[in-house]
Design a protein around this ligand. Structure first.
Ligand SMILES: Cc1cc2nc3c(=O)[nH]c(=O)nc-3n(C[C@H](O)[C@H](O)[C@H](O)COP(=O)(O)O)c2cc1C
Length: 159
C-alpha cells in the first residue's frame, strides 16, 4: 500500500470540493490509501510519512493561502526527507490566473519534490462553483498522481 496525502486549505468550501475530487480519483487506484488533511490540522510528520502528495489552496492575492505557506516554512527543517516525493497541485480563485498554483510549485520545487502532472487553477468566474458534474479533471489528476506514486514504489522498494 502507498499513502497519498491530500493537503489543502479552504475557507468557503470551494477548494475543499476540489480536494475531495482529487482524493476520490487517487482512491480509485488499487493499492493506494488516501488521507485528506486541512493544513491547519496537519503536522510536519504528515508530509514526511506520505509517499506522495496533492496540495490545494485558495488563491489569496495571487499566492497560496498564508497558512499553507506557513506550513511549508515549518517543513523546511525536514526537507532532506522530502526530496523526490511526487506531488501535484491545484488552486481555486475568483479568476483563472495560475499565480497561486505557481507559488505552490515554486515552493515544492525548492524542496526538490517532483511534479508529476500539470496542476489545475480553477476559476470561479470562468467555471462557476465546482460541482459534481465538472470535477472529472480533478479526479483524473488524483488518479495520475496515485498511479505515479505506485509505479515509483514498485521500482524502488524500501524493504
Ligand atoms: C483574502 C482573499 C484574497 C483573495 N485574492 C484573490 C486573488 O488575488 N485572485 C483571485 O482570483 N481570487 C482571490 N480570492 C478569491 C478566492 O480565491 C476564492 O473565493 C476561492 O474560491 C476561495 O476558496 P475557498 O472557497 O476554498 O475558501 C481571494 C479571496 C480572499 C478571501
Amino acid at each position: 500500500m502507498v499513502k497519498i496525502l491530500v493537503l489543502y486549505y479552504s475557507r468557503s468550501g470551494n477548494t475543499e470540493t476540489l480536494a475531495k475530487a482529487v482524493a476520490e480519483g487517487a482512491r480509485s487506484v488499487e493499492g493506494v490509501t488516501v488521507e485528506m488533511k486541512r493544513v491547519d490540522y496537519a503536522t510536519v510528520e504528515d508530509i514526511i510519512s506520505c509517499d506522495g502528495m496533492a496540495v490545494g489552496s485558495p488563491n489569496y492575492f495571487g499566492y497560496m493561502a498564508g497558512i499553507m505557506k506557513d506550513y511549508f516554512d515549518k517543513a523546511w527543517s525536514v526537507r532532506d526527507k522530502l526530496a523526490g516525493k511526487p506531488y501535484i497541485a491545484f488552486t481555486c480563485g475568483g479568476g483563472s490566473r495560475n499565480t497561486a498554483l505557481l507559488s505552490i510549485e515554486h515552493v515544492l520545487n525548492a524542496f526538490k519534490m517532483e511534479k508529476v502532472a500539470d496542476g489545475i487553477a480553477w476559476g470561479l468566474r470562468d467555471h462557476g462553483p465546482p460541482s459534481e458534474r465538472d470535477l472529472t479533471p480533478l479526479r483524473k489528476l488524483g488518479e495520475t498522481l496515485a498511479k505515479e506514486v505506485l509505479k515509483r514504489k514498485v521500482e524502488t522498494p524500501k524493504e
